[in-house]
Write a protein that binds this ligand. Structure first.
Ligand SMILES: [Zn+2]
Ligand SMILES: [Zn+2]
Length: 561
């Protein structure tokens, strides 16, 4: 490619880059790139709701900005298979006709999501390989191998009439990846030499110094656990952390333990990963979760979901003796092998307390190196900047303080680089005059309530349509914080429920039924507000769905007295 083409010509058509999510927040990553009559999307992710948003299961970007591009969006391009990059695809796929290009593993994780939503993608999911180039209108889209906490991740180089734009995706620079798929530093350097118009790069760990470290760095910590644990070993991690799971499987083989995957998400993801060859489990090593109890506990490793204390995931259930197949006892070791997502600290601490109360040992990153991040720290971010030497730099993926720090690094690495500190909805325009923030489009969040397939427009609590259809239910439950006993009958506050005789009957019975359901669960679950709220929500939703065919929004309030 000539230098002229790489740098863009004066009369070249403008290229617009519009982040629709993922800047100024973690998650919900989505970006639109438009040129002339063609646009493409990069990633379509979700964000997990804050604990205050009861009844809301997912948060996706507001997609109304896409309306202006109706008929012009030619493709969706995926960097990798994490939820914050693929979770919103079922809601986006209907907004354009073209293909979804992505790494095979990411596409394999997208498929069951589409199935759940009753969407048949036909032949729209198109797997791509490292260094493959796909032509989309005026764009030549090139996929570059990067390393991260899951296999098969890409950065994306988009060769446009205005110049080359590189989107880093999520990355760290793992020089000893478990699968031998090295970060393609060479190609980044080549592109840098040819001239890169703009680099958009992952800022998640911009406030951490040094290097993040390889996925292999947790080996020693886990070896210590395996060589000293007298009983069962339970490790909670993200299902998508396939490298972590592989390392655990290998250790299980070495230390002669069987492996059970526990929790729906863990079972689904490991199955997909095994089928596609991203996870290798030696024959005879794996057992079913229902068989765990037929082995001696010192012969078993359980790899499970629930590292964030999610009330319905495996580990939080195991920790209160409420799991069908797995129990923990005093000789066991429970390892938390994941970052705690801000907001989940209390829920995770409660799970640790439940585990400790059963006499088992709790191991987290504070005691041993049992977790390593998937995102590059300061020196890795600088290295990428030095290789690519972009004319413009746009920090993405992070809250403002990380973006600002990343921007400062870019100026240090190369004074010739101009930083564009954009926010969601900013239209960054690149043309013969250079790059600048030229316009704004509407952005925001849409809250998804998983009990319905539809979307809840804007803030859920103010959504009139939803409330009008099925109403709002606020159960107020007072619990003795010590004994877990109910202090009086639960109260039910309702809004927007149509009054008919059948409904009135259910409403009058509900407090008594709810009280009975609460009394039937264990004291530990009753004294754990997170678990109790989830239980109350489930009970009432089930009651209203079964008897009235309605799905009111349930916002439990638990008062400890
Ligand atoms: Zn990721
Ligand atoms: Zn991400």
């Amino acid at each position: 490619m000539s230098l002229q083409a790489a740098e863009g010509t004066l009369d070249a058509p403008a290229v617009d880059i519009i982040p629709l999510g993922g800047i100024g927040e973690f998650g919900m990553n989505m970006l639109l790139i438009g040129c002339g009559g063609t646009a493409l999307l990069i990633d379509a992710g979700v964000m997990f709701p804050e604990p205050e948003l009861f009844g809301v299961d997912l948060v996706i970007p507001d997609l109304s900005a896409l309306d202006a591009y109706r008929g012009r969006i030619a493709a969706l391009v995926l960097t990798h298979g994490h939820e914050d990059h693929i979770g919103a695809i079922p809601h986006v796929l209907g907004r354009f006709d073209g293909p979804v290009y992505g790494p095979p593993f990411a596409l394999a994780l997208v498929e069951p999501k589409l199935q759940e939503h009753g969407i048949d993608p036909g032949d729209r999911l198109v797997p791509v390989a490292p260094r493959q180039v796909v032509e989309i209108g005026p764009f030549r889209v090139e996929f570059l191998r990067v390393t991260h906490s899951m296999p098969d991740c890409f950065a994306i180089a988009i060769h446009t009439p205005a110049g080359t734009i590189i989107h880093s995706g999520d990355f760290k620079i793992d020089q000893t990846p478990l699968d031998g798929q090295a970060f393609d530093l060479h190609r980044f350097a080549e592109l840098g030499t040819a001239g890169v118009l703009a680099l958009l790069s992952d800022s998640t760990n911009a406030d951490r110094r040094g290097f993040t470290g390889s996925e292999r760095d947790v080996l020693q910590g886990f070896e210590e656990v395996f060589s000293s644990a007298p009983g069962l070993i339970v490790v909670a991690t993200f299902a998508s952390s396939v490298y972590r799971v592989q390392l655990l499987v290998d250790l299980a083989e070495q230390f002669e333990r069987k492996v059970a995957f526990v929790g729906r998400g863990m079972q689904q993801t490991t199955q997909v990963a095994e089928r596609l060859g991203y996870l290798r489990v030696p024959a005879g090593l794996q057992i079913r979760d229902s068989d765990v109890r037929s082995y001696a506990s010192e012969d078993v490793l359980c790899v499970c979901t629930g590292s964030q204390g999610e009330p319905l995931a495996a580990l939080p259930r195991i920790a209160i003796d409420d799991h069908r197949h797995v129990r923990i006892s005093p000789d066991d070791v429970v390892v938390f092998s994941a970052r705690i997502i801000p907001g989940n600290e209390k829920a995770v601490a409660r799970v640790m307390n439940h585990v400790a109360r059963r006499g088992a040992e709790v191991v987290s990153d504070a005691q041993k190196r049992v977790h390593v991040s998937g995102h590059g720290s300061e020196e890795e971010l600088k290295l990428l900047l030095a290789l690519v030497k972009p004319r413009y730099f746009v920090p993405i993926h992070g809250e403002y303080r990380q973006l600002a720090r990343h921007a400062r690094m870019a100026r240090l690495v190369s004074p010739a680089t101009t930083v564009l500190l954009a926010e969601d909805g900013d239209v960054m325009r690149f043309d013969g005059q250079g790059g600048r923030i030229a316009d704004r489009v509407q952005t925001g969040r849409v809250l998804i309530d998983g009990t319905r397939t539809g979307e809840i427009a804007d803030e859920v609590l103010r959504d009139r349509k939803h409330l009008a259809a099925d109403g709002l239910l606020v159960p107020v439950v007072a619990i003795n914080g010590q004994t877990g006993a109910l202090e009086g009958e639960p109260e039910l506050i309702t809004r927007g429920l149509a009054i008919d005789p059948r409904q009135a009957e259910v409403l009058s019975e509900a407090p008594r039924l709810l009280a009975r359901a609460i009394e039937a669960i264990s004291r530990e679950e009753r004294t754990d507000p997170g678990l109790l709220k989830e239980r109350i929500r489930q009970e009432l939703q089930r009651m209203f769905r079964k008897r009235l065919g309605r799905r009111p929004l349930v916002l439990p309030v638990v008062m400890e007295v």
